[in-house]
Ligand binder design. Structure first.
Ligand code: IPD
Ligand code: CA
Length: 264
C-alpha cells in the first residue's frame, strides 16, 4: 500500500473515533473553556479533549511524526510527516447545536508550513450528519465509497460559499468581497466550518468557495479533498495579513480568481 493510502486510512480511523467523542460531548452539553482572539472566537472543553485524543492516537501509531493542532500548537517530528489537525472546525455551530461541525485531520510531508508542504492524506468527519470525506494523494477523494468530483460549467450561476473571520473589524471588507462576486453567483451559502465548505466543493454540493484569514488546520485537509476531486485551489494576496483562499471546479475557480484579482 502506498504511504498516502496508509496515512489516509489512519486519518479516517482517528477522525471517526474523534468525531464520536465530539458528538457524545455535544449531546452531554457544551461547556465553554475560553475565548481566543475575539469574544466570538471560542474554545470548548470538547475542542481540547478531542485534540488530546487525536494527538495520543497519532503518537501511538506513528511516534516519529510531527503535529500541528489548533489548540495545542506545533511539535516537530523526525519522519518528515506532520499531522495538521482541527479537533472541531465550526466550533460556533457546535456550541449552538448546528450539525455543521467536523473533525479535520491532514497528514502532510515536507516543511510543516502551508506554503511548502504537500498534503498526502485527509479525513473530514462531520459526525452529526454521519459523513466522513477522505482523500489520499493520487487516489481521489471519497465519501461513503463514492468517488467525489467537483462541478464544471455553471450556466445558471455558481452556488458559492464563504466564511467570515471572528474579528468584527474585518466584516466590512468580507462583505465588500461578497458583493464583488455576487454577479457570477446563483446564490451564496455561509456554513460556518471551512473544512466542510471545502469538502462540499469536492463533493460538487457547492461550485466554489472563498475566504480570507484561514489558518493551516482550517484548510489542510479540505484543500486535498478539492484537488483530489479534480478542483483547483489558490491563494490571493498571499503576503497580506489575511490571504484569501479560492477553491472550486476549474471554471468557477478561474472566474472567482479573475474577479477577485481585478484592479479597481
Ligand atoms: C472557523 C470556521 C469558520 C471560518 C473561521 C474558522 P473554528 O474555524 O472554519 O467557518 O469562517 O475562519 O476559524 O474556529 O470553528 O475551528
Ligand atoms: Ca477549531
Amino acid at each position: 500500500m502506498t504511504l498516502s493510502l496508509e496515512l489516509s486510512e489512519l486519518a479516517t480511523e482517528i477522525a471517526r473515533e474523534a468525531g464520536e467523542l465530539a458528538r457524545r460531548r455535544r449531546d452531554e452539553g457544551v461547556r465553554l473553556a475560553a475565548t481566543k482572539s475575539t469574544l466570538a472566537d471560542i474554545v470548548t472543553e470538547a475542542d481540547r479533549e478531542v485534540e488530546a485524543l487525536i494527538r495520543d492516537r497519532i503518537r501511538e501509531a506513528r511516534a516519529g511524526d510531527g503535529f500541528l493542532g489548533e489548540e495545542t500548537g506545533a511539535e516537530l517530528g523526525e519522519s518528515g510527516i506532520t499531522w495538521v489537525v482541527d479537533p472541531i472546525d465550526g466550533t460556533v455551530n457546535y456550541a449552538y447545536g448546528i450539525p455543521a461541525y467536523n473533525v479535520s485531520i491532514a497528514a502532510v510531508s515536507g516543511n510543516p508550513e502551508p506554503e511548502s508542504w504537500e498534503a498526502l492524506a485527509a479525513a473530514v468527519n462531520a459526525p452529526a450528519v454521519g459523513e466522513i470525506f477522505t482523500a489520499a494523494l493520487g487516489h481521489g477523494a471519497w465519501l461513503a465509497g463514492n468517488r467525489l468530483a467537483v462541478t464544471g460549467e455553471t450556466p445558471a450561476g455558481a452556488l458559492l460559499a464563504t466564511g467570515f473571520g471572528y474579528d468584527p473589524a474585518t466584516h466590512a471588507d468580507d462583505l465588500a468581497t461578497v458583493s464583488r462576486v455576487m454577479p457570477m453567483a446563483r446564490d451564496l451559502r455561509r456554513m460556518g466550518a471551512a473544512a466542510l465548505d471545502l469538502a462540499y466543493v469536492a463533493a460538487g454540493r457547492i461550485d466554489g468557495y472563498f475566504e480570507r484569514g484561514l489558518r493551516p488546520w482550517d484548510h489542510a485537509a479540505g484543500e486535498l479533498l478539492v484537488r483530489e476531486a479534480g478542483g483547483a485551489v489558490s491563494w490571493i494576496d498571499s503576503s497580506a495579513t489575511r490571504p484569501m483562499l479560492i477553491a472550486g471546479g476549474r471554471e468557477v475557480h478561474a472566474k472567482l480568481h479573475a474577479i477577485l484579482t481585478e484592479k479597481r
